[in-house]
Design a protein around this ligand. Structure first.
Ligand SMILES: O=C(O)CCC(=O)C(=O)O
Ligand SMILES: [Fe+2]
Length: 226
């Protein structure tokens, strides 16, 4: 399911400097087809979320999610992929750290679905240091929104005016690695009916960082959403 990524020293250095590394085409074509078929089977687990995330500067959430507990219970494919040694090896090679899976289920692996105009995943930082994000569906045209926007080495939220923000467009089958706890990031709103952007986000951590730091995952992926 996973194609061979670029694990050069240059890739690791770019990741350390920018907090982001593109992994184009990381999902093989057969892998993408399997994940898309899985997504259809999981549709009944999806929950619509429309609220402001107070602990992240009040940024908006307009999206549909499938949380980690539902995926652990319903998707052996995704639960197995999360633990694949080649993914842990990739993360360790690119970060130089002893990367390990997150024990707590709610946010260890989640699906985020943007599917109508205005849908957005507003700015935030993640609880755990590393996010490996796989694109199952994405707007072909960057003008249709759904861009990843991130501010390297920045955690202040709301993002202060004038903060330099990088923007990246991705296609289905692409992935990226983000230093998610110290890189404020968001997904720009979709602008056109009929386009969908679905990502599978795998959270990873390091020894001694086993607890979530904010209620954000519980609010976005748990049962007690408001
Ligand atoms: O959809 C994305 O590209 C970002 C996902 C994300 O930031 C998250 O799930 O925490
Ligand atoms: Fe995030």
């Amino acid at each position: 399911m996973i194609s061979d990524p670029d694990l050069s020293r240059d890739a690791a250095e770019r990741f350390a400097r920018h907090g982001y590394l593109a992994l184009p085409g990381l999902i093989s074509r057969p892998g993408l087809d399997r994940l898309l078929a899985e997504l259809e089977l999981l549709e009944g687990e999806a929950v619509r979320r429309d609220f402001a995330m107070e602990c992240m500067g009040g940024s908006p959430r307009h999206m549909t999610t499938i949380g980690g507990k539902a995926l652990a219970a319903r998707s052996p494919l995704i639960a197995d992929l999360y633990e694949r040694p080649e993914l842990l090896g990739l993360l360790s090679a690119l970060t130089g750290e002893r990367v390990q899976g997150v024990g707590e289920l709610t946010e260890r692996h989640v699906l985020n679905i943007l599917h109508q105009p205005g849908d957005t995943h507003g700015e935030h930082t993640d609880d755990y240091p590393y996010a490996l994000v796989f694109f199952l569906q994405a707007p072909e045209d960057a003008g249709d929104g759904g861009l990843l926007e991130y501010a390297p080495h920045t955690t202040e939220l709301p993002l202060p005016d004038g903060t330099p923000v990088e923007r990246r467009h991705h296609r289905a089958g692409d992935a990226y690695l983000l230093r998610a706890d110290t890189t404020a990031h968001r997904v720009s709103p979709l602008t056109r009916p009929g386009v969908r952007r679905t990502v599978l986000n795998f959270a990873y951590t390091t020894p001694g960082r086993e607890e979530a730091r904010t209620p954000s995952a519980r609010l976005l992926y748990g049962d007690d959403h408001g």
